[in-house]
Design a binder for this molecule. Structure first.
Ligand code: NAD
Length: 367
């Protein structure tokens, strides 16, 4: 008897990365979706995420990998064929790198996104498409009044940022992500693609290869474990809200399930006021969890850095019922546990090469 194709054929651009691998794992563990990861593995460390996914006990045909670049329009078009859902996480992710090479940043983030949108439009299938934008599209928010209290800035007046905040694209990264964000939104208006934009603040959790340029909570935890000092840009009193990647994944599910409400919408997504802390407060929390001191020194602030950003996620809550579940402390503990496990494994056995059956496309990924 002919086997019916599963309904969900999920394509994840940037699926080997932090957000992408957590989302892929969730789909493989909790649904019968087929998952196709498209990633150029440019982020150091993410091959380990792919190996972790490949090690799951699932039917082999449920996971497929293409080593490819979103700047390559033909490769993107081939990948999009047959997808019923697309999650676009592939990106040049750091403000700092966008300042060193704005052209590369533009080509990956803006042009890469246009390639995906055009492929989705040409496919004729109207796939669901979710794009992860950033709170950096709101700029430095320098006009907001703040007062300095001991270890953190505190807002005077409305603390959280909702979607009515005007765009103020700041830094090449802010500009390229903002352009992509607006294109994704517009492809719903012009071509009726069911697209959703998540403007995310700090996401943190296991499988995050955080470094000084991006993924700061993980970077701080890894540095505490490695006993390496960190640099703090500014006075450390700047406040961010942190969202667990576990909660982000539940938000992806909700956004897809409530597609009648969410198609064509933009949402601010983050941990909210309950999960907001200054850098100095996060360091204290990390020291209490890891029972290690984290040495740090202060450097001049980075241009455009937001001194206070807390997400108002009310719109997403109202449309889907979503709310974050995990606390900031639990999120730090998740990173700490994963980091310890990873260290223990890498000390015992060298990482195996990626298994060949997973590969599709560029063969050198196996070597
Ligand atoms: N993590 C956060 O705190 C955060 C916050 C706001 C927005 N975002 C956005 O969420 C998305 C995912 O972020 P993440 O933290 O998982 O980052 P990540 O670096 O872990 O994942 C991105 C993945 O994209 C891949 N990639 C990079 N350039 C590519 C290209 N040209 N073609 C194909 N693949 C490419 C990388 O190899 C990596 O696996 C990004 O779009 C990022 O801008 C993340």
């Amino acid at each position: 008897m002919k086997k019916l194709l599963p309904f969900r054929s999920v394509l994840i651009f940037g699926g080997a990365g932090f957000v992408g691998s957590n989302w892929a794992a969730h789909l493989l563990d909790t649904s019968d979706a087929r998952v196709h990861i498209f990633d150029n593995l440019s982020r150091p460390g993410v091959q380990q995420n792919l190996e972790w996914l490949a090690g799951k006990s699932i039917e082999p045909e449920r996971l497929r990998f293409t080593r490819g670049d979103v700047r390559d329009a033909s490769a993107v078009t081939r990948a999009v064929q047959g997808a019923t859902e697309i999650y676009h996480f592939a990106a040049q992710v750091a403000v700092t790198s966008s300042l060193t090479d704005p052209r590369h940043d533009f080509e990956v983030n803006a042009l890469g996104t246009l390639n995906i949108l055009e492929a989705a439009r040409a496919s004729g299938r109207q796939p669901f498409l979710l794009f992860t934008s950033t709170n950096k599209v709101y700029g430095s928010l320098a006009h907001r009044r703040l007062i300095l209290q001991d270890k953190r800035y505190c807002p005077v007046g409305e603390p959280a940022v909702n979607e009515s905040q005007p765009l103020d694209l700041y830094s090449p990264y802010g500009c390229s992500k903002g352009a992509a964000d607006q294109y994704v939104h517009d492809y719903h208006r012009m071509f009726h693609l069911p697209t959703v934009v998540f403007r995310m603040s700090c996401i943190a959790g296991a499988r995050q290869f955080g470094n000084e340029d991006q993924g700061w909570v993980a970077h701080f935890v890894h540095s505490a474990l490695d006993e390496k000092p960190i640099s703090i840009y500014g006075n450390g009193r700047q406040v961010r809200d942190v969202l667990s990647v576990c909660d982000l994944i539940l938000a992806f599910e909700k956004a897809r399930l409530e597609i009648d409400q969410t198609a064509g919408q933009i949402y601010n997504v983050g941990g909210g006021a309950g999960n907001a802390a200054s850098l100095l407060e996060v360091i204290e929390e990390i020291e209490s969890i890891t029972e290690r001191r984290l040495a740090f020194s202060f450097e001049p602030p980075r241009p455009g850095d937001q001194l206070f950003y807390v997400t108002d996620f009310d719109k997403l809550s109202q449309h889907t019922g979503w709310k974050p579940q995990r606390s900031l402390r639990q999120t730090i503990e998740d990173i700490y546990e994963w980091s310890k496990q990873r260290r223990a494994i890498s000390q015992r056995v060298p990482m195996p090469a990626l298994s060949r059956p997973l590969l599709d496309g560029i063969p050198e990924a196996a070597s």
